[in-house]
Design a protein around this ligand. Structure first.
Ligand SMILES: C[S@@+](CC[C@H](N)C(=O)[O-])C[C@H]1O[C@@H](n2cnc3c(N)ncnc32)[C@H](O)[C@@H]1O
Length: 189
């Protein structure tokens, strides 16, 4: 059992609250379309998204993490799975949100490619993560190393390059000195 599964019951108490309101204007989203919260864990962020979109689906590798989301809202769709092999047909998803997850994913390139595949034209993959190059994040990197997470972080420019290679058009902004929000849009043919 991985660490997230072991701490699932306490996760929301350990991790500080998430201020979606603060970043919601930093990317475009569609109210009518399903939003996939990839690596959405306990559903703490997805629950907030229900104020902005009609439907939200939490996809997470850990059964114990998504089990926590069950009690939060009847309107959340919960699916156990991994980002590199999502249970969606090609060109069907409009928006995928990925908060504090990409660096935990082992098959990162495959997950970015899979996201590109399942997204509709002009669909968006929105990633919030920690900048590998920001020195102030060193304690986080050491902490995750001690916990043997095997985390691999990107700088926003490194992630931009990866996404562009796959075929996304990308823009990103810095949220804080150590975090960024990257929006990767699937180009229309
Ligand atoms: C730090 S937690 C973040 C949870 C949630 N996004 C949030 O902000 O509260 C990382 C989550 O990523 C999930 N995860 C790790 N690798 C994954 C993968 N390959 N596919 C889907 N979920 C994954 C873990 O199970 C865990 O729930």
């Amino acid at each position: 059992m991985d660490l997230f599964s072991r701490i699932a019951g306490r996760y929301d108490h350990i991790i500080r609250g998430f201020d979606l309101e603060k970043i919601i204007d930093d990317f475009t989203y569609s109210e009518e379309e399903l939003l996939v919260d990839l690596g959405g864990g306990t559903g703490r962020v997805a629950t907030l998204f229900l104020n902005y979109v009609n439907e939200c689906l939490v996809l997470d590798r850990s059964f114990e993490m998504i089990k926590q989301a069950q009690n939060k809202s009847r309107n959340l769709l919960l699916v156990q799975g991994t980002g590199d092999s999502m249970p969606f047909r090609e060109n069907t998803i409009k928006q995928i949100f990925v908060n504090d997850v990409l660096h935990h994913i082992r098959k990162q390139k495959e997950t970015l490619q899979e996201s590109h595949l399942v997204l509709k034209e002009n669909g968006k993959l929105i990633i919030r993560d920690y900048d590998r190059k920001y020195i102030g994040n060193i304690f986080l990197f050491i902490f995750e190393k001690i916990l043997r997470f095997g985390s691999v972080f990107f700088s926003p420019q490194e992630l931009t390059d990866q996404c562009q290679e796959i075929g996304f058009s990308v823009n990103w902004k810095r949220l804080t000195k150590g975090t960024y929000l990257l929006s990767a849009e699937k180009k229309s043919n």
